[in-house]
Design a protein around this ligand. Structure first.
Ligand code: GLN
Length: 276
């Protein structure tokens, strides 16, 4: 079959961008190359692979899991079922942390709570060469993938991973900056995309206490683990800013800020540990 016909076949089942990404990934070519090589004949083996992956996508299986990677901030991260797929909104936390840390002389200790693919902490460490990252997750898959991503970015020598629950994390050191994209969706929330619910890890999405369980527990833990002057930032659901603000206030944080994402929704709450 011609490459152009394989694309045409795929477009009957899935959106164009997904089809192009899947085909390019299988053939190891880029999108401009694909569009200029439409007459090329592809083997039956390749065609079978394209059909299989298109069928998976048509069932709602996420494109990032099919490709095994996702772009986030300035890099491409390895992903697999078992870790949350990086979302563009989460880049806000990278920017917030970098803004707080830029200009710091000497080494800076950063903790990524519930690191998943590692995209959040690793993006900060890749940007600021004086950052030493500790990435913690309760999932073995997450730790393995974070380590792969650290190697891929060439910053494994500044990255330490820990397989542990954030609540039970015990570390000797303190941190200058702690970031997290915790699970924050309430179990009964009907707003969640069905394919997210079906294919992405529930432990990275859902939390007790109406979604606040980890936001609260991790904010308290962050307070304990921060140096004086340290920065804490958590991602939140767009209706959770008010209560999260109070959680940070109660924990003792100052300079508490709510930041909106590009679609104008409250998405990040941050604070500084000025005293204590
Ligand atoms: N923003 C994600 C979603 O709605 C949820 C991420 C999270 O719970 N941390 O799919």
């Amino acid at each position: 079959m011609r490459l152009a016909d394989a694309l045409k076949f795929s477009l009957k089942k899935i959106p164009r961008l997904d089809a192009e990404l899947i085909i390019c990934n299988i053939l190891s070519i880029d999108r401009p190359q694909m569009l200029t090589h439409g007459d090329e004949i592809i083997s039956d083996k390749i065609l079978k692979k394209i059909k299989e992956q298109v069928a998976k996508r048509a069932e709602g299986f996420p494109t990032a899991y099919i490709l095994g990677e996702k772009d986030f901030y300035k890099h491409t991260f390895k992903v697999a079922p078992g870790v949350l797929i990086p979302r563009p909104e989460t880049e806000l936390l990278v920017e917030g942390a970098i803004e707080h840390l830029r200009g710091n002389q000497g080494s800076v200790q950063v903790l990524d709570m519930g690191c998943g693919s590692g995209c959040l902490g690793l993006s900060i460490a890749a940007e600021l060469k004086n950052v030493f990252l500790t990435a913690v997750d309760i999932s073995k898959d997450a730790i393995r993938i974070t380590e792969d991503n650290a190697r891929q970015l060439g910053i494994a020598n500044r990255t330490k991973t820990k397989l542990a629950s954030v609540e039970n994390l015990s570390v000797e050191q303190k941190f200058n900056c702690i970031v997290a994209n915790p699970p924050y969706i309430a179990h009964h929330d009907l707003d969640i995309d069905p394919s997210v619910k079906r294919f992405e890890p529930g432990e990275a999405l859902f939390a007790e206490e109406n979604g606040y369980e980890k936001i609260r527990a991790w904010s308290l833990k962050a307070w304990d683990l921060l140096e004086k002057g340290g920065f804490w930032a958590t991602e939140i659901g767009h209706t959770q800013s008010e209560r999260t603000y109070k959680i940070l206030e109660t924990a003792g944080f100052n300079n508490i800020k709510i930041t909106k994402d590009l679609s104008g929704k409250d998405r990040m709450v941050s604070g500084v540990k000025l005293y204590g």
